[in-house]
Each structure stands twice: as C-alpha cells, then as structure tokens.
Design a protein. Structure first.
Length: 192
C-alpha cells in the first residue's frame, strides 16, 4: 500500500516542478465555435483530403504561457495562465476542425495520413496573446497551400477586445480570435 501512495505523490511533485513550484489551478484550451456532428462518416477520393500541419511558432510561443506583447521588442507573460498544450498544437487542431465544418471536406491531422495527404495546409503562428496597448487578444497566422502549379500564402489576423489582463478575460478572447482566424483560413481554403 505505501508503494501505491508514493507513486502518485512523486508524479504530483514532478508536475509541480513543471510550473515553477505549484501547479496552476486550471489549464486553458481552445474550443471550436462549431464542431462536426458525431456519427457522420466522410470519405475522400485520391488527393481530395486536406491535411492541416501544426503551425510553426516563434520561441515566444514554444511554451504553454500566454504572451503579452508589451512592445515590438518586449514580451512578458500573463501571470497565472497556462495552456494545456503549446498554442501551435491547439490552433492547428482548431483550424482542422473549422476547415472540416466550413468546407465539408475530409480533414486529416498530419500524424494521421499514411499515403495521400491531399492538400497540405502549413503555416506559422506569429502572434497568439495579448496586445496590452490596445487591450485586445491577437492572433496572426500565415497559411500556405499548393494551388495550381505553385503555392499561395496569405496572412490572417483577428483581434478581440479584452476587458482586463487576467486569464479569465484573456482566454475567452483568445479563443474567439482563434476561431475568427480559423474561419478566415477556411473561407480561403474553400474558395480555392
């Protein structure tokens, strides 16, 4: 019996170490504004699927913390706020779900496909945090996809007002901005 208790205690101590001495009281995530219904199978012919690759992110977003863009050259992090995963992974998943709902096409995660990824959507998530000067949650994403014999790229930006610089205010605003940016990308993908 003491061995069983020692293992969970060790796991909790390891988790606490990840967050600088204390685990956060809650972790934040993104949720799509619309989701595909359950039990609605889809199929795609050769080359007809879309594969969404998790966006690359700058060093400031290679963390579960929420950046506060104090100036063009200074970034801080919002106190007591942590994502459940890296924001690039969260946004990639949200983007895939949004494209599937908005376009009706089969959308695959880059880790899912085995032979035929179809159209690959790649990109970079440049900003995903709080702009305190304008008190807005901001999401900036550059998307790239093949079109015809070449490739096309486009920048998408969404901003949502934030009442105060707290996790309770910033997280829902970032979720809304992420959904707006994902809907812009889905409209662009669907139009091509």
């Amino acid at each position: 019996m003491p061995i069983r208790l020692a293992l969970p205690a060790a796991a909790l101590l390891a988790l606490a170490g990840c967050f600088g001495g204390g685990a956060p009281s809650q972790l934040l995530t993104l949720t799509p504004s619309q989701s595909r219904p359950a039990a609605s199978p889809q199929s795609a012919g050769q080359g007809a699927a879309i594969t969404v690759v998790d966006p690359t992110v700058p060093q400031a977003l290679r963390t579960t913390r929420i950046p506060v863009y104090v100036s063009d050259t200074t970034i801080q992090y919002l106190e007591d706020a942590a994502w459940v995963e890296n924001p690039g992974v969260l946004f990639g998943r949200l983007l895939g779900e949004t494209i599937a709902v908005r376009t009706g096409r089969v959308v695959l995660d880059a880790r899912q496909y085995s032979q035929d990824p179809g159209t690959r959507i790649t990109g970079q998530l440049h900003r995903f945090g709080l702009d305190p000067a304008r008190m807005e949650a901001v999401v900036v994403y550059d998307a790239t996809m093949p079109r015809g014999a070449g490739i096309v790229t486009n920048r998408f930006e969404a901003r949502v007002p934030v009442a105060e610089a707290t996790p309770a205010a910033v997280a829902p605003a970032l979720n809304q901005a992420a959904n707006q940016a994902a809907e812009q990308v889905a409209a662009w993908v669907g139009g091509g």
